[in-house]
Write a protein that binds this ligand. Sequence first.
Ligand SMILES: Cc1ncc(COP(=O)(O)O)c(C=O)c1O
Length: 398
Amino acid sequence: MISNRQLFLSYNAQTTEMPLLIEIERAEGVYMYGPNDEKYLDLISGIGVSNIGHRNREVINAINEQAEKYLHLMVYGEYVQSPQLQLANELCKMLPDTLDSVYLVNSGAEAIEGAMKLAKRVTGKYNIMACKNSYHGSTQGALSIMGNEEYKDAYRPLLPGINFIEFGNIDDIDKIDKSYAAVVIECIQGESGINLASKDYWQKLRKKCDDNCCLLILDEIQSGMGRTGKYFAFEHYDFVPDVLVLAKALGAGLPIGAFIANRKLMHTLTNNPILGHITTFGGHPLSCAAALAGIKFLKDSKLIQEIERKHQLFRSLLIHKSIKEIRGIGFMLAIQLESFEFNKKVIDECIANGVITDWFLHCSDAMRIAPPLIISDDEIRLACEVILKALDKVTINS
Ligand SMILES: Cc1ncc(COP(=O)(O)O)c(C=O)c1O
């Protein structure tokens, strides 16, 4: 009989020569299980998705309830569908008053595309400033603003008018002028190996955008929905973006994205021409029902209040001579090691011992620690024990 692994390699389009090839049969909470009952502690949450864990019971109930009513009815923006409007309403209640209009899409990249199109319509301009080492998705617009040339060269020509500044560098903000429609920037840079900017940086960037009629589009696709210890990471820095972009954890395990702006700005998508962004499945009823249940769970639980303490627990346990630095905030952490080769060996050893972690797209010599927010203190201790043993083993052998 052909194994699932062989089927995967034969029929699934491959994106890398070295896929992880971990086979998962079911998942629950912070754990994933293989076909032979292998048990894996998930330290990466499917890259920032499973914030409230795998198969949260209330989310499953909400999906089942919605499945009994209707699935897809019509393209986004025509019919009045309760799961969509309840989700949009809930998100607006969680956000500052100026962010009062929600466009629901399917994914992070699509939400970024929508936000970039919105900036063109609102400002009448098309230049976009993005950051070096950024990641905003893999569609051609999102790829155009990726701050890593290596992944882009094979796909040129991409969008014109894109320039890059260094994330967190206050002086670089002066490169933004009136020619720009938008700055697209992650609130916490994820795939660069977790980088943070100062409060001063965000204040200056906000002012620069205002002074130059340039929209501040904030990508919180990875940092949103509680991962940094606030519902949205921008709450740490006392500013409000013009457009907030969400996806990943928003759907509590189902696919959904959103770009959120002021109603007046969003209105530009409705005329000259109409249908400024069209999506068949955007805001799918099942995804909206899951998202709504996920937000309710997050709000009713004390998870967010616990993140800083659990973050410190990771830091206090992860002490090893091979760790050069630990960067991050909340549950967006990077353990800096000496090289990719070293990091890969440690990661392989962790996975062999039942703890799943990985590296970052633009920072292959750092290990990602981004568990579901529901991880317990004991599970953190267990994860750190496995990581430290792996570090010991690889350090001795290298
Ligand atoms: C910061 C950030 N923006 C955008 C995206 C793209 O989201 P998606 O994969 O849903 O298109 C990602 C995905 O990893 C991301 O981390």
